[in-house]
Design a protein around this ligand. Structure first.
Ligand code: AMP
Length: 209
C-alpha cells in the first residue's frame, strides 16, 4: 500500500509522517532525504546535486525515479514524502505505483517563510530545531553524534522564495491531477498545532484503511 504526503516546505510533513509510521506502519520515504544522502557522497552525481539543491531547484526527474524504485522494493507499506513534485513525476507515479491515498498539509506562504527562516538541522542526526528554541543539550547531542546544527542553504531567504514559486507552479497541479484520477485525497489545515493536525489526519486515514 502506498500513500503520498505533500504540502509546502515547512508544513510539518516529516513530523506527521513519523506519527503515521508509529501508528499505521507506513515507512516514510523522503525524497529530500534520499537526495541529500546522494548529494553528500563523493561522486559526479553529488556535484550536480549540490548546485541544483542549493538553488532550491528540482533535480532531474530520472534521478528521482531511480531513487524511488530502489526504496520501494524494500517495504510493502510506504508513505512518500516530497514526491511527486511536478506533473511528469505525478504521471510516472500514477502509471507505475498506483498510490492508494494522498494527504496534503496546507499552510500559507507567509507561514512557510516564517517557519523555514527559523528552521535548523543537525547535520548528523537530521533532527530539526527552531532557531530560538535550541537548548545547550541539543547542541551537545548533535556534536556527540558527529554533526553540528546549521541552517540548510535552501532555507535561506532567496532559495525559500524560489522553492515556493516552484511549489505553486509545479507541485500544486499534482494534487488536482490525483483528485481527477480518483485517488482519495485529503487536505488538512497545517496551521493547527502538531497534535491537532495529526488528529485530523488520523480521522482521514482511518476512513480508508
Ligand atoms: P525537501 O527537503 O523536501 O524540501 O527537498 C530538498 C530539495 O531536494 C528540493 O529543494 C529539491 O532540490 C530536491 N527535491 C526534493 N524532492 C524532489 C522531487 N520530487 N523532485 C525533484 N527534486 C526534489
Amino acid at each position: 500500500m502506498i500513500g503520498l504526503i505533500a504540502g509546502p516546505q515547512g508544513c510539518g510533513k516529516g513530523t506527521q509522517a513519523k506519527f503515521i509510521e508509529r501508528d499505521y506502519g507506513f515507512k516514510p520515504i523522503s525524497m529530500g532525504d534520499l537526495l541529500r544522502e546522494e548529494r553528500d557522497k563523493d561522486t559526479d552525481l553529488a556535484k550536480q546535486l549540490k548546485e541544483i539543491m542549493a538553488r532550491g531547484d528540482l533535480v532531474p526527474n530520472e534521478i528521482t525515479f531511480q531513487l524511488i524504485k530502489n526504496s520501494l522494493d524494500v517495504y510493502d507499506k510506504v508513505l512518500l514524502d516530497g514526491f511527486p513534485r511536478n506533473m511528469e513525476q505525478a504521471e510516472w507515479v500514477f502509471n507505475n505505483i498506483k498510490p492508494n491515498f494522498m494527504i496534503v498539509i496546507d499552510i500559507s506562504e507567509d507561514e512557510t517563510v516564517k517557519r523555514l527562516e527559523k528552521r535548523r538541522i543537525c547535520t548528523a542526526t537530521k533532527k530539526i530545531f527552531i532557531a530560538d528554541k535550541i537548548a545547550d543539550k541539543d547542541i551537545e547531542d548533535c556534536k556527540a553524534a558527529g554533526g553540528e546544527i546549521i541552517q540548510r542553504d535552501d532555507d535561506k531567504p532567496e532559495a525559500i522564495k524560489h522553492r515556493l514559486n516552484i511549489y505553486r507552479d509545479q507541485t500544486e497541479p499534482v494534487e488536482k491531477f490525483f483528485v481527477k484520477n480518483g485517488v482519495p485525497t485529503f487536505k488538512i489545515d497545517g496551521a493547527q498545532s502538531i497534535e491537532d493536525v495529526y488528529e485530523s489526519l488520523k480521522e482521514k486515514i482511518s476512513s480508508i484503511l
